[in-house]
Design a protein around this ligand. Structure first.
Ligand SMILES: Cc1cc2nc3c(=O)[nH]c(=O)nc-3n(C[C@H](O)[C@H](O)[C@H](O)COP(=O)(O)O)c2cc1C
Length: 175
């Protein structure tokens, strides 16, 4: 049976988004995929922690999808992580609810692919910059997967975006 995947989309203005809006839309028909638009669910940014935990618990894989903001995520994801991943649920005594699930990051970046490397404009690779997410996954015993990245969003043509969207759907439902 294919994995049940929870895709949490974190974008403060998804209506005005070009990339993340399109990527999320591509998943609307995907089987065993729940798309959870965090800002839409919580316009007041007050997160229902118990609801979020129940959502995570019934899925095998979590994809965190967001535009790369200051080499990290929009702030609502940090709030989600701080509130949802608490001792006794995510780690520590009895805290095994994320153990064995997969975690994948899906991001869009303004910077071009070759800017994200040693000697490049942004100096560091995406893998290096995603380390805090990887460390978090390790700490709660999740399996950290290779990320899905749409680079250089201003240079991505409408046609290329369609290709990326199809690739994203395949990425999300991969066995
Ligand atoms: C507050 C803010 C911070 C950003 N920081 C970065 C960054 O650190 N690196 C980068 O490559 N792009 C950065 N960008 C560009 C966004 O990643 C880009 O606009 C976004 O991926 C576009 O996706 P969307 O069409 O879904 O909004 C930033 C944009 C904003 C608004």
């Amino acid at each position: 049976m294919s994995k049940k995947t929870l895709v949490i989309v974190i974008h403060p203005n998804l209506e005005k988004s070009r990339i993340n809006k399109r990527l999320a839309e591509e998943l609307s028909e995907a089987e065993n995929v729940t798309v959870h638009r965090l800002h839409e669910a919580y316009p007041d940014e007050v997160i229902d922690v118990e609801h979020e935990r129940r959502l995570v618990e019934v899925h095998d894989r979590v994809v965190l999808q967001f535009p790369f903001y200051w080499y990290s995520s929009p702030y609502l994801l940090k709030k989600w992580l701080d509130l949802v991943l608490q001792m006794g649920w995510a780690y520590g005594p009895g805290g095994d609810k994320m153990e064995g699930k997969e975690l994948a990051i899906a991001i869009s970046t303004g910077g071009a692919a070759d800017a994200y490397q040693a000697g490049g404009f942004h100096h560091y690779s995406i893998s290096e910059l995603l380390r805090p997410f990887q460390a978090t996954a390790n700490r709660v015993k999740m399996i950290f997967k290779a990320p899905f990245v749409v680079n250089g969003i201003r240079e991505v043509s409408d046609e290329e975006l369609e290709t990326k969207a199809a690739q994203y759907a395949a990425f999300v439902v991969q066995p």
